[in-house]
Design a protein around this ligand. Structure first.
Ligand code: NAD
Length: 322
C-alpha cells in the first residue's frame, strides 16, 4: 500500500476517497504546519506528498522522503515554497491548483480594497468602542471606489478577475505585465503601461504577481514613493512582494492612505507588529482562496492529480513534469 503524507487536514471528502482507493493516508494532526524535523521524519517512505505554503519542499525534504517519492501535490496555485528544479532533477512531478481559486482570491482582493479605502474596519471598531455618539460630516472619510483608476500589477488569472470586478465599479483599469494581454485588454478596456506610470496614475494598486526573484520586494521604498498621494495598496499575492518597512513608512509619511493585506512579511505577523497598530491597515490571515466551494475543489484537485501520478496517468495541473 503506497503511503501519502498530507501536511494538514483537507476539507471535504477528498482524503476519505484517497483512503478508499487503497492509499495509506497519513495526515499531520494539527492546524499548524509540522515543524521542520517532524516534517522530515514524516515524509520518509512516502510515495506522494500534499504540501502547503508553509512547508518548504526543497532538496532536503525530497531526499528525506526517499527515491520512491513520485509526486508533490501543492494545495495552492503559488509554488514559491517548492524547489521546482530539485524536483525536476529527481524525476518528481509537482502539481498545484491553478484557476479554481481565481475568483475567490479576486473577491477578497476587492473586499480588502473596499474595506481599506472606505475604512470599514476602523468604522466597525469605532462603533464597537461606543464612540459613535453623533453623525458628523468629517467622520471616517475615504476615497471613492467608483470611477477611480486602478492599477493591476500582474495581469494573469487573478489580476484579470480583479479587473473584471473593478470594471463593475466603473473603474479605469491600468495594468503592468511582462507581456501584453490583447484579449483581456480589449474585454476590460484596460491600458498596459510601465509599472512606474501605473504607480503614478493609479488611485488603487492591487498586486497579483507570483513571488519570484524578480518580484521579491517589487514594491520597495522607491516604488512606493512613486505612488499617487492618497493611494491604497492591496496585496493578495505574497508578503515578500512588498518591503514591509517601506510600506509602513509610506503609510506614516505618505503617499499611501491605506493598505489591505491578505499576505504579509513576516507571515504571520506578530500581534504587536506596527502594521497591526496602523488604523488604516486591514489585514486578513492569508485567506484568499478560503471560499467553501473553492477549498473543497482544491482538495479534489490535489488528490486527483496525486492519484493520477501514482497510477501512471498524466496529472491535469502539473507545474513540473520531468
Ligand atoms: N492570497 C491568497 O490566498 C492567494 C491565492 C491564490 C494566489 N495567490 C498568489 O497570486 C499569484 C497569482 O496567481 P494567478 O493564478 O493569477 O497566477 P498567473 O500565473 O495566472 O498570473 C500571474 C501573472 O503575473 C505575471 N508576472 C510575473 N512576474 C511579473 C512581473 N515582474 N511584473 C508583472 N507581471 C508579472 C505573469 O506573467 C502572470 O501573467 C500566485 O502566484 C500566488 O502567489 C494568493
Amino acid at each position: 500500500m503506497e503511503r501519502v503524507f498530507v501536511t494538514r487536514n483537507l476539507p471535504g471528502p477528498a482524503l476519505g476517497e484517497l483512503r478508499r482507493a487503497g492509499y495509506q493516508v497519513d495526515v499531520w494532526p494539527e492546524f499548524t504546519a509540522p515543524p521542520r524535523e517532524a516534517l522530515l521524519e514524516r515524509v520518509r517512505g512516502a510515495a506522494g506528498l500534499i504540501t502547503m505554503l508553509e512547508d518548504r519542499a526543497d532538496a532536503e525534504l525530497m531526499d528525506a522522503a526517499g527515491p520512491q517519492l513520485k509526486v508533490i501535490a501543492q494545495y495552492s496555485v503559488g509554488l514559491d515554497n517548492v524547489d521546482l528544479e530539485a524536483a525536476r532533477k529527481r524525476g518528481i512531478v509537482v502539481t498545484h491548483t491553478p484557476g479554481v481559486l481565481t475568483d475567490a482570491t479576486a473577491d477578497l482582493a476587492f473586499a480588502l480594497l473596499a474595506a481599506a479605502a472606505r475604512r470599514v474596519v476602523e468604522g466597525h471598531d469605532y462603533v464597537r468602542r461606543g464612540e459613535w455618539k453623533t453623525w458628523h460630516p468629517e467622520l471616517l472619510l475615504g476615497p471613492e471606489l467608483h470611477c477611480a483608476t486602478v492599477g493591476v500589477v500582474g495581469f494573469g488569472r487573478i489580476g484579470q478577475a480583479f479587473a473584471r470586478r473593478a470594471r463593475g465599479f466603473e473603474m479605469k483599469v491600468l495594468y503592468a505585465s511582462r507581456h501584453p494581454k490583447p484579449e483581456a485588454e480589449a474585454a476590460l478596456d484596460a491600458e498596459r503601461v510601465e509599472l512606474d506610470e501605473l504607480l503614478a496614475r493609479a488611485d488603487f494598486v492591487s498586486l497579483h504577481t507570483p513571488l519570484t526573484p524578480e518580484t521579491h520586494r517589487l514594491m520597495n521604498a522607491e516604488r512606493l514613493a512613486r505612488m499617487k498621494e492618497g493611494a491604497v495598496l492591496v496585496n493578495t499575492a505574497r508578503g515578500k512582494v512588498v518591503d514591509t518597512g517601506a510600506l509602513l513608512d509610506a503609510l506614516e509619511h505618505g503617499p499611501l492612505f491605506a493598505a489591505g493585506l491578505d499576505v504579509t512579511d513576516p507571515e504571520p505577523l506578530p500581534a504587536d507588529h506596527p502594521l497591526l497598530r496602523h488604523p488604516r491597515v486591514v489585514v486578513t490571515p492569508h485567506i484568499g482562496s478560503a471560499g467553501m466551494r473553492t477549498r473543497r475543489r482544491m482538495a479534489e484537485m490535489v488528490t486527483h492529480d496525486l492519484r493520477a501520478v501514482l497510477e501512471g496517468r498524466a496529472p491535469k495541473h502539473a507545474a513540473v513534469l520531468p
